[in-house]
Write a protein that binds this ligand. Structure first.
Ligand code: EPZ
Length: 417
């Protein structure tokens, strides 16, 4: 097993380029199942999760070819409708194959993903929506057994805003008979990107980016060439890393409009964030102010940036209250940060952070993807050496994060644990 060792106290300076968005690439790669012929996807990040999806698509009978950040997929030979437990348990986004398999084959057998570190993460809303499209679903031996003679449009309301629930139902509805309406739909940029890709394939989706999405079913979709949007969470992670080290960096290839809530909070905390002609400039300061944050569905503050921002609040002056409203167990990083000297008190879904403390390096353990990122950021800010173990969590969602941060002047490296 590997760990990342960080020597703190070094300012980040220079230029970093953002990779393609993991949470856009996963559904877009899966959408290839809806077509015959060769799709070409550009700017696909090389991550554990994208490699898992490529393997799953191959197991379903698609041809998959990769070269760097270009992935070609041909699902003409789709001949299997099962997503097995050993794959789904490692990456819950595999449940996104449900919609396309039912749309193409009228059949799917997908392992229930189970919970994960940050919460129970049920998929009841995915399943209820599919049933409203005419799918028969039973749960047997830990698997979702789903079949439908044909899918027909329906008016579907999500009790809770769900990103992959919106994506799954969108992909199920594009080949359904008639019109489907998704109400209280997710508005994340990754959902918009998926709808853009599907429309380029010939789907008829309107309203995406608003709470009401309308999908008019079509007969068939055609393969496309598509460029994946930049990863707003990777970009946000670099912004916070610059901020906690009083650094001065330029982030190339990001889309600031996808990060307005985070940028607003960083500016409120005293960080300079400015658009330059060829990238986003982020300049830290010694005088960081504590700010209150509540995570919300997009365009609210992203839950995937909560752990990273908490580190900034640990070194800010004053108090901040961080409320996590999306997942019921997304403060796992707190105990590790406390081992580094952070003063954080958790009460239910809120964490009160008392800043003004100098973090000190320590051996810590990653527990989930974004918590891992927060521990690396804490190591950059801390006095002394930090060792982050179980870094396989971070490799799920960041391409060579330690190399990118080292190119910015961070003193960190990967080694055997
Ligand atoms: C997506 O997960 C992202 N993953 C997550 O990113 C992100 O944190 C999350 O959206 C929220 O923005 C991908 O896109 C692959 P949800 P998803 O369905 O779709 C509840 C990362 O670090 N819910 O929007 O699984 C659920 O329990 C990952 O990159 C139900 O109750 O999240 C949660 O409380 C972590 N029933 C809330 O809704 C359902 O059927 C939002 O979950 C579905 C969801």
């Amino acid at each position: 097993m590997e760990k990342i060792v960080i020597e703190g106290g070094h300012r980040l300076e220079g230029t970093v380029t953002v990779s393609g968005a993991k949470n856009a690439a996963l559904p877009i790669l899966i959408s290839a199942l809806l077509t015959d012929g060769w799709n070409t996807f550009h700017n696909v990040p090389d991550l554990r999760d994208t490699r898992t999806i490529k393997r799953l698509l191959g197991d379903l009978g698609a041809k998959v070819e990769s070269s760097g950040s270009v992935v070609k997929i041909n699902a003409g030979g789709l001949n299997n409708y099962e997503a097995p437990y050993d794959l789904v348990r490692t990456m819950r986004a595999s449940v996104l194959v449900l919609g396309p398999l039912l749309a193409r084959l009228g059949r799917a057998r997908v392992s229930l993903p189970g919970g994960c570190a940050i919460g129970a993460r049920p998929i009841n809303l995915h399943l209820r929506g599919l049933e409203e499209l005419g799918v028969f679903i039973s749960l047997e031996h830990g698997y979702i057994e789903a079949h439908a003679s044909s899918l027909k449009g329906a008016d579907i309301y999500f009790d809770i805003v769900t990103v992959t629930g919106t994506e799954n139902l969108m992909m199920a509805a594009v080949l359904a008979k008639g019109v489907t309406t998704l109400r209280n739909a997710a508005r994340e940029p990754e959902v918009v990107a998926l709808a853009d890709a599907l429309n380029r394939m010939g789907a008829r989706i309107t309203g995406v980016g608003t709470p009401v999405i309308t999908i008019s079913g079509v007969e068939a979709l055609k393969p496309i060439s598509y460029h994946v949007i930049p990863d707003r969470i990777e970009a946000g992670t670099f912004m916070v890393a610059a901020a906690v080290t009083s650094g001065n960096i330029k982030i190339v290839g990001c889309e600031p409009n996808h990060n307005r809530a985070l940028i607003h909070k960083l500016q409120q905390a005293g960080i300079t964030v400015e658009q330059e002609s060829d990238g986003l400039r982020v300049v830290g300061t010694e005088a960081i102010c504590g700010v209150d944050v509540k995570t919300l569905p997009y365009p609210g503050f992203p839950t995937d940036m909560q752990a990273q921002l908490m580190v900034l609040m640990c070194v800010a002056n004053g108090l901040s209250v961080i409320s996590e409203t999306i997942f019921e167990n997304r403060f796992i990083h707190v105990s590790e940060l406390q081992r580094m000297g952070a003063d954080i008190t958790v009460s239910g879904s809120a964490a009160v952070v008392r800043g003004g403390r100098r973090l000190t390096g320590a051996p810590v353990m990653a527990t989930d993807l974004r918590a891992s990122a927060s521990l690396i950021i804490a190591g950059l800010a801390a006095e002394g050496t930090t060792e982050v173990s179980r870094v396989y969590h971070i490799d799920r969602g960041y391409e060579c994060i330690e190399k990118k941060l080292a190119l910015l002047g961070g003193h960190l490296w990967r080694t055997q644990a």
